[in-house]
Design a protein around this ligand. Structure first.
Ligand SMILES: [Zn+2]
Length: 256
């Protein structure tokens, strides 16, 4: 099993080497801004490395949004960030499921996801696969509960979308982890990546605050079991001071 972490953006290859990571995840823009990606100074080094490279898209993106001033720049940002991810040899671009606002129809948000894929198919497709990630909070989220993920997948599954399972988000979103891999796979047919994080908050809190594996509210053995069941590359997005310890725990627990 390939295990790694989200690393600082400037020198991901060195960061991976320091951790002994086989997978690196990075941003290609300021995650809080609508900035166009600029060429990465380490692109060639990343492409030529043995690392599995994943790009996480900016947090401002919400392709489900019914608000034109969010959805239109979101579509553009996904296209641009997928192009930047391809330059790095990335296996995919992680995009959060997003949400609609209170009083809006979830079906319209799901339709916006479908339109994203349909429009881009007309333009030749995305430069790398789009990996949709489950989220922790909100009553109108597109990828919080497995039943909503099932409706989303009915709309986008045929367009080659991949799925990222974040354990903190599933737990805080109110999905039991013990069988979550099987339940997600039953609706998506796939899990392409695991974001392995513990949570600072309680089950079903709706809060998205990641914790190191030994410090969180989730049993670390349950987290290891999710990795084993998912059998997909694993990225830790835990507080950086404890990442090396988290990796060591996982390697021991998984015997890898
Ligand atoms: Zn994420």
């Amino acid at each position: 099993m390939r295990i790694g972490a989200h690393v600082r953006d400037d020198d991901p290859v060195a960061a991976a080497a320091a951790l002994g990571a086989e997978v690196v995840q990075l941003f290609v823009t300021d995650p809080q801004a609508w900035a166009r990606p600029t060429p990465h100074p380490r692109a060639q080094q990343l492409r030529e490395s043995d690392l599995t490279v994943v790009v996480h898209s900016a947090y401002v993106i919400n392709v489900a949004s019914l608000n034109n001033r969010i959805r239109i720049p979101s579509r553009k940002a996904v296209v641009q960030q997928a192009e930047a991810a391809a330059e790095l040899g990335a296996v995919g671009l992680v995009v959060h499921g997003g949400h609609v606002r209170a009083g809006e129809d979830e079906a319209d948000g799901i339709a916006n996801w479908r339109k994203l894929f349909e429009r881009q198919a007309d333009a030749g497709g995305f430069a790398v696969p789009i990996l949709v990630e489950n989220t922790a909070g909100g009553d109108n989220a597109m990828a919080r509960q497995v039943d909503v993920i099932a409706r989303l997948w009915d709309a986008i599954g045929d367009h080659g979308a991949g799925f990222v399972l974040d354990t903190c988000h599933a737990w805080a979103g109110g999905e039991a982890l013990v069988d979550v891999v099987e339940r997600v796979r039953a609706v998506t047919g796939r899990i392409d990546l695991v974001h392995l994080n513990s949570s600072r908050d309680a089950f079903d809190s709706g809060r998205d605050r990641h914790a190191n594996l030994a410090d969180g509210t989730i049993d670390p053995q349950v987290l290891a079991a999710v990795c084993a069941a998912a059998d997909a590359p694993v990225v830790l997005e835990t507080p950086s001071a404890g990442v090396a310890e988290d990796l060591a725990f996982l390697r021991t627990a998984l015997g890898s």
